[in-house]
Design a protein around this ligand. Structure first.
Ligand code: DAH
Length: 338
């Protein structure tokens, strides 16, 4: 009986020499260790043995089983390793273009803010930031919007306490900067603003603005037009036209709303521009003397202009995005297009 076991082992060793593929090695494993394999056949011999020999034989078969498993596993490892260089030389075309790793992108709002920063940096504007939780004084009072001013409702506001709120406009940063610095001042201030609007395709309770402020001796409305024109042409393209309409903001006098020729239809008229060919993109004007008074600037000596734009809005106009909610849903299919 012992010879039989030896024979099985030596047969196996002979067979392993001829095997070169993983598939054949797996077959060999089934042949020896499978349910109907050679080792199980040996087990079946046990009942035919004299009782006193059964235990010893069973034990030897078990040892043999372990040995066989080791031999075959080693063989499988060996032939698998040999396959890899073979793939490299024979099956693998190293000239094929590789798969690009997925690289994250900036959110379109961040990209737009970066684009705006770049245009204004070239015009000599510094980038500054202010707090989102703000005192009523900076959001209204110092901007020439006293408590009973009817325009307060235009800047409908989330209040935290009587005198503390979530800023409803980035114009707050104008005051914070002028309090700290003397002219010349040339800044833009990007950031989030909050208003209790019902969310729909065009409104959100949180959105982004970029504020601009330029104060020095002899700054004129023509400077404002020149700077805005430069921004619009760079951001939207050379063919885009700009127009100013008289308007009202408490912190600027005179004030204007600035339109561009509709970037979606090229000015011919479409649903985005309500078939007028023009879309409003920002508010602007010459800094009101009352604002200078609030920050103790000599309003006889200095003049300045200010402007404020909605980042979501200009991003939507530039790329033809029809729903503001897309910016906040974090859908990778939308975000990866930019
Ligand atoms: N703060 C205004 C708003 O949120 C936008 C604005 C208009 C800013 C005129 C200005 C400006 O600086 O001069 O609607």
């Amino acid at each position: 009986m012992t010879e039989k076991l030896e024979e099985v082992k030596s047969n196996l060793q002979d067979e392993t020499k001829t095997i070169t593929t993983r598939k054949d090695a797996e077959q060999l494993k089934i042949k020896y260790l499978g349910r109907k394999g050679i080792v199980n056949d040996l087990m079946k011999l046990i009942p035919a043995l004299p009782t006193e020999k059964r235990a010893a034989f069973g034990q030897r078969v078990n040892f043999l089983k372990i040995e066989i498993a080791d031999i075959i596993d080693e063989l499988i490892t060996k032939v698998s390793a040999e396959v890899i260089p073979k793939i490299k030389t024979e099956l693998f075309d190293i000239t094929l273009p590789g798969k690009r790793p997925f690289i994250g992108k900036k959110h379109p709002i961040t990209q737009t803010i970066d684009d705006i920063k770049e245009v204004f940096a070239r015009l000599g504007f510094d980038v500054v930031y202010g707090p989102e939780v703000e005192l009523e004084y900076y959001n209204f009072e110092a901007l020439n919007i006293p408590t009973d001013h009817p325009s307060r409702t235009d800047f409908d506001t989330f209040y935290i306490r009587d005198d503390v709120l979530l800023r409803s406009q980035t114009s707050t940063v104008q005051i914070r900067i002028m309090e700290k610095q003397k002219p010349p001042i040339r800044i833009i201030a990007p950031g989030r603003v909050y208003r209790p609007d019902t969310v729909d395709a065009r409104h959100s309770f949180m959105f982004h603005q970029v504020e601009g402020l330029f104060v020095d001796e002899g700054v004129s409305f023509a400077d404002l037009k020149g700077v805005l024109n430069q921004f619009i042409k760079t951001y939207f393209g050379q063919n885009i036209r700009m127009r100013l309409r008289p308007s009202f903001f408490p912190f600027t006098e005179p004030s204007a709303e600035v339109d561009i020729s509709c970037s979606i239809c090229g000015g011919r008229g479409c649903s985005v521009c309500s078939y007028s060919g023009w879309v409003e993109i920002l508010g602007a004007g010459m800094v009101d003397p009352n604002v200078f008074k609030a920050v103790h600037y000599d309003e006889e000596k200095y003049t300045g202009f200010a402007f404020g734009m909605g980042v979501e809005r200009i991003t939507m106009l530039k790329y033809g995005i029809c729903d503001i909610r897309l910016f906040y849903e974090n859908d990778i299919r939308f975000l990866s297009q930019f």
